[in-house]
Design a protein around this ligand. Sequence first.
Ligand SMILES: Cc1cc2nc3c(=O)[nH]c(=O)nc-3n(C[C@H](O)[C@H](O)[C@H](O)COP(=O)(O)O)c2cc1C
Ligand code: SF4
Length: 435
Amino acid sequence: MQDISDPATELAAAWTPDIEPRVLRTGSDVEDLTTYRASGGYRTLDSATDLLEEIRHSGLRGRGGAAFPTAIKLGSVRDAHLRGSSTVLVANGEEGEPASIKDRWLLHRRPHLVLDGLRLAAAVAGARHAYVYVSDDEAAQRVDTALTELDGAGITGARIELVTVAPGYVAGEETAAIRAINGGPAKPSDKPPRPFESGVDDLPTAVSNVETLANLPFIHRHGGQAFRETGTAGSPGTFLVTVTGGGRGPGLYELPHGIAFTDLLALHGVSPRAVRGALMGGYFSGMADRAILDATLDHESIRGLGYGLGCGAISLITDECPVAVAAAVLGYFDRENAGQCGSCFNGTAAMAAVVAALRDGRATDADVVRLQRWSVVLRGRGACGTLDGACNTAATLLTRFPAEITAHLNGRCPDCARQIYLADRPFDAREVQVL
Ligand SMILES: Cc1cc2nc3c(=O)[nH]c(=O)nc-3n(C[C@H](O)[C@H](O)[C@H](O)COP(=O)(O)O)c2cc1C
Ligand code: SF4
């Protein structure tokens, strides 16, 4: 298996031959202002009201994880603006999810596409201030250069500031972003209030993922109906998928929603026979078993199986034992949670310890019963969703991989007996070189 934590590993980016890409581009050049404008970027916005209607018609859902309808989010901040409040827009490019590379790719290669989307979203929300929130130094540098190019280019819109924080799983959660921009730690806070009610400087704030924003110039140019012509009714448009695992280096793909999971495997060059399962939505939404092979990649299908598409990160499980994968993921959550909520801090540590003991053949039936109970009762008890991610991992390990659990309780897992924990990395796409 290729070690994708090797910084020399380059990211392959591709789209299905059947679609015209909307956000990906080939080549290793950074798209500068001249090139972006020549391709129709930074078009004049005649009516923010009309654009909001087009976004509504497009059915665009957020690409940061929760798939929340973008028009509803922008519309509620716009309503506050129409009531006389100042408002703020935040482009969330922190990409805390370790198995995802898409936001970093967009910020590195197409910073103007993201800034154009941010400008349009800010106009819709009536925001005069906007922020690009990142943790990757290279991304920060590309955005900074793009902002310098914009200075004096005669393109009107919100004043955009760049905010850089140290990377971390929780740093990309929206209230963590707000706290960091307000000068605090990049750690989540209790909700309510939600950012659209009270965010940056206590003003109504829309936090949108950078891939979400990168879709707005297409909608502005071609309209909501054109956007919907690709994808499914409930999941319109294309989306970015980061694929890791499966014996290959990471791949970044732009795919139409609704494409078969097996078509993605074919693109990535992995035989369905080799797939034992997959981490869906990166580390967050749980471990799928082979039933995922019959799924299509859209919210309807993936939710029907009990997972989420999340930010579009899919980590294939092939050679690794799913118990070892779960131990690695829970160990990651144990290290990365913000340590603010007792139930998350203690509960994640307890679940991680049981699954590590299970991996090592030291767990008992009673431990597994406890793990099952925790995976249910701890859900929803953290200030942010991180604890739910840990619960998802534990719950799906238990329900989707019962044979592996039994083998481990009996001390008979051939993969783990050899102590080859391929999942130890686990699937960390953060170090991947984009250019
Ligand atoms: C623990 C946690 C981590 C998150 N990390 C990110 C992230 O790195 N980037 C991101 O865009 N959204 C992240 N989100 C989702 C954000 O809170 C927020 O919903 C999103 O940025 C909104 O953008 P969207 O509506 O365009 O998806 C995270 C959520 C949780 C619960
Ligand atoms: S749920 Fe966990 S990660 Fe989220 S704020 Fe609480 S301690 Fe931090």
